[in-house]
Design a protein around this ligand. Structure first.
Ligand code: SF4
Length: 205
């Protein structure tokens, strides 16, 4: 069995990218058992369910090329302390998870009409990055140490909005203070670029 699903971080949903990318139908949803599973008879060991860019966004599907790799993966999963709850938190550049963090263009005026510092992450559905590689919003709060900070993910709908805020690349972080835009950081920053991203925000604030 070369494919292993890490159910500690998998939401075990009927709609799974592993199913979509699998060329043989081996990666499937078992209706009776209500779980994802791999039909070994149909699996051609191509690894697409684990390695394709269109597959699992949180890295829950693993593929082993040989027995040695399989044992290593099983051990990593056994020792993995993460849970689905740890991953399903809002992150810069990744899909919105909690609705209170989410807003639309029309909500912006209301959101920034405050003396607080407001960080608006502007995104489009097709610019969403992998959850596991993205910086949790909670960490941005912790690293900035600002008491009166508001964060929202704004899904951009019009070109006018992009032009108005001179957005060069999505996602983009627009920073407001007392209702006025005080700065902007264009582009995606992954968890590896966390320090750089936070320093850029600090410079604006
Ligand atoms: S390794 Fe290939 S054939 Fe097997 S389950 Fe994954 S995508 Fe399907």
């Amino acid at each position: 069995m070369p494919v292993v699903i890490n159910f500690k971080i998998c939401d075990n949903a009927e709609v799974c990218n592993g199913i979509t990318v699998c060329p043989t139908g081996a990666f499937q949803w078992n209706k009776e058992k209500k779980t994802l599973e791999i039909d070994e008879k149909k699996c051609i060991n191509c690894g697409k369910c684990a390695t394709s860019d269109e597959s699992c966004g949180v890295g829950a599907i693993r593929f082993a090329k040989n027995e040695e790799e399989l044992e290593k993966i099983k051990k990593e999963i056994e020792e993995d302390k993460r849970t689905i709850k740890d991953l399903m938190v809002d992150r810069y550049g990744a899909q919105p998870i909690n609705m209170p963090f989410y807003c639309k263009e029309n909500d912006l005026k209301k959101v920034i009409s405050t003396k607080r510092t407001v960080l608006i992450e502007v995104f489009k559905e097709d610019t969403e990055e992998c959850l596991i590689k993205s910086i949790p919003v909670k960490e941005i709060f912790n690293m900035l140490h600002i008491a009166d900070l508001t964060y929202r993910k704004l899904e951009v709908e019009t070109d006018e909005f992009i032009e108005k805020y001179d957005i060069k690349e999505l996602p983009s972080l627009i920073i407001f203070k007392s209702g006025k835009m005080i700065g902007k950081i264009d582009g995606y920053y992954s968890i590896e670029d966390k320090e750089e991203f936070i320093n850029k925000i600090r410079k604006v604030i």
